[in-house]
Design a protein around this ligand. Structure first.
Ligand SMILES: C[S@@+](CC[C@H](N)C(=O)[O-])C[C@H]1O[C@@H](n2cnc3c(N)ncnc32)[C@H](O)[C@@H]1O
Length: 271
């Protein structure tokens, strides 16, 4: 739903829908009364059932942000709607960002019918569902957080994509080796840490050929750093990587962004 600045310029995200109710995730600037802000958001959006205050940065392996209930219901499970599919999630327990809806669509559009896609770090499954709703492609999604993995399974059922999406609960580092050499495309949406899994992504491609969408976090040099990391790993496997382009997914500070870099991978040609 994006960032809204209407209420006394307080930024907040809405996650949910009219049918399930929604939660507002809010940052309260200095000098603003939190209770007043909560009342104003609920007045503007009658389907908002809970106001959650950002109480810190995303933390731990599960990348969940501490969220404090400021007002409304303790039940913060919602069904979020975007681009014709629904994602059930409790943002207090599982990573989910409504701001990344466009990014998910861009990835889904780049997939071709018939591909087999490996989605590392699947969360509640929004990338997998977006792809399966757009293309006749199969997606294997791996997720470590058991609560997110449960939502992922439920979201496959809710969106009727069980014939295309296959969820696995586990650690990418342990699960991927059994599937090396099978995939046409790998998506790596873990900006703070995906670099540790580059070797697994390269080995997951069929015949050393395919596309990798790599997410990374950093400043202006981030794309170059990513290219260097990929080239180093790929060379040790007899592969070459060609950067296809990069996109700033979101900016957090003047020089800090979440970036996606796309790579074409193929066997190194010996002249
Ligand atoms: C930034 S979130 C993205 C989730 C989802 N793709 C989305 O966009 O909503 C990264 C996810 O990776 C999961 N994760 C972290 N390390 C993992 C690992 N080693 N293996 C599998 N999943 C992992 C976290 O639990 C979290 O749900």
């Amino acid at each position: 739903m994006g960032r809204r600045r209407g209420v006394r310029r307080i930024p907040y995200d809405l996650i949910g829908s009219r049918e399930s109710g929604a939660v507002a995730v809010v940052e309260i600037p200095e000098g603003v009364d939190p209770d007043e802000a909560a009342r104003e958001i609920m007045r503007r959006h009658p389907h908002v059932k809970s106001i959650l205050l950002k109480a810190g940065a995303r933390e731990g392996e599960f990348r969940v942000r501490p969220l404090e209930l400021l007002a409304g219901s303790e039940d913060t499970e919602v069904i979020h709607k975007e681009h014709g599919y629904r994602i059930k999630v409790d943002p207090r327990l599982v990573y989910f960002s409504p701001r990344e809806a466009t990014e998910r669509q861009l990835i889904a559009e780049s997939v071709r019918d018939g591909e087999l896609v490996l989605l590392m770090f699947a969360g509640a499954g929004p990338y997998a569902i977006a792809i399966a709703k757009r293309r006749r492609a199969q997606v294997v999604g791996i997720e470590l957080n058991p609560v997110a993995a449960r939502y992922f399974q439920e979201n496959i059922l809710i969106n009727r994509v069980g014939h295309l999406v296959f969820p696995i609960e586990g650690d990418v580092a342990y699960v991927t080796p059994a599937m090396y050499g099978r995939f046409d495309r790998v998506v790596m949406p873990l900006p703070k840490g995906a670099y540790a899994f580059i070797g697994h992504a390269l080995r997951a491609l069929r015949g050393g050929k395919g596309i990798i969408h790599f997410y990374y976090w950093g400043g202006e040099d981030a794309p170059l750093e990513a290219i260097r990391m990929f080239r180093r790993e790929a060379a040790s496997m007899g592969l070459e990587v060609l950067p296809l382009g990069s996109r700033i997914v979101s900016s957090y500070a003047p020089r800090v962004s979440k970036i996606r870099i796309d790579f074409l991978v193929r066997p190194l040609r010996v002249e």
